[in-house]
Every structure is written in C-alpha cells, then in structure tokens.
Design a protein around this ligand. Structure first.
Ligand SMILES: [Ca+2]
Length: 160
C-alpha cells in the first residue's frame, strides 16, 4: 500500500511542469521531405547517387551548403524538431528558424552508414513557434549527412 502511494506521488511530481508530446492531431505535427527544399545549394538525391533510393534525401557534393524550408504552423506552442538522416561520423549542421539559432550541432550522430537502411530519427532541438509561416534553415561548413525528413512535433505542458 505504501509502495504504490509513493510511486503515484513520484509520477505526479515528474509530470508537473514537464513538456510531453501531443499524441495526435494533424495541426500538432509537421513533416517535410528534406529533398523538397524551398531554396538552397545542396543536391536532392532520389536514387541517382545511391543514398536516397526509394526515399529521397538531400546531400552535398562539396563543403559549405545550405537549404531552406518554408512551412506553416497552425497551432502556436513549443515544438520538438527531429531529423531523419544517415551518416558515418558526425556531420553537424546549424539549424535556424527565421534566422534564429535553434541548434548549432544538429545531426551530429553517427548512424552507421549513409544508405536508406542506416536512416534514423534523432532529436535536433526544441523551439517556440507562433502560428503562421516560418523558414527552417540547415547549413554547414562541411558536408551534410544524407537527410531524408524533417519533423516538428508540438509539445504540451501538463500540470503547473
Ligand atoms: Ca525523403
């Protein structure tokens, strides 16, 4: 009896003030195919180079590149940004939204390869977004990993 009471108390304490992912609803989740960038000087690979076969990825063929994505938010709030990418060794990117730095070291994980089978969803930062149009920018001085998708998920604050 005492044990179950303690566990319940811990659950309440950890939940208060914490952000959790909103589980569903189309306005709470935005997914962008990385190869469909609005503007930039990277390369969309839909299989020609082997990295995007069947999924489509954005890659770079020389150091120093950027891509931008225009997107619309329908529900103001805090969002978690995730990137689905494949890389051997860290290939960190600067992730900016509307010109503001969100993460200077996004996509800095080794996923074990560059091929579609090596693609992994990994967190890339959190930021507040108001409803309306925004621009997400990825840039680096080196080369990109093979990026398949970008996802923004709304977080909701529960309790106090
Ligand atoms: Ca893709």
């Amino acid at each position: 009896m005492r044990l179950s009471y303690s566990l319940a108390a811990i659950s309440v304490l950890t939940a208060v003030g914490a952000f959790v992912l909103l589980s569903c609803g189309s306005s709470a989740r935005i997914e962008i195919e990385a190869e469909n960038f609005s503007r930039g000087d990277a390369v969309a690979d839909c299989g020609e180079f082997g990295y995007g076969k069947g999924i489509g990825v954005v890659i770079t063929l020389k150091p120093g590149a950027h891509v931008e994505y225009d997107f619309e938010v329908f529900s103001s709030g805090n969002y978690r940004i995730e990137l689905r990418y494949a890389s051997v060794g860290p290939r960190p990117l600067r992730l900016l939204i509307d010109g503001k730095m969100v993460n200077p070291q996004a996509a800095d994980q080794d996923t074990g390869g560059f091929l579609p089978a090596n693609q992994k969803w990994l967190p890339a930062g959190e930021t507040r977004l108001e409803s309306g149009r925004h621009t997400l920018r990825l840039e680096c001085d080196g080369v990109f990993p093979a990026i398949d998708k970008i996802r923004l998920k709304k977080l909701v604050k529960i309790g106090g």
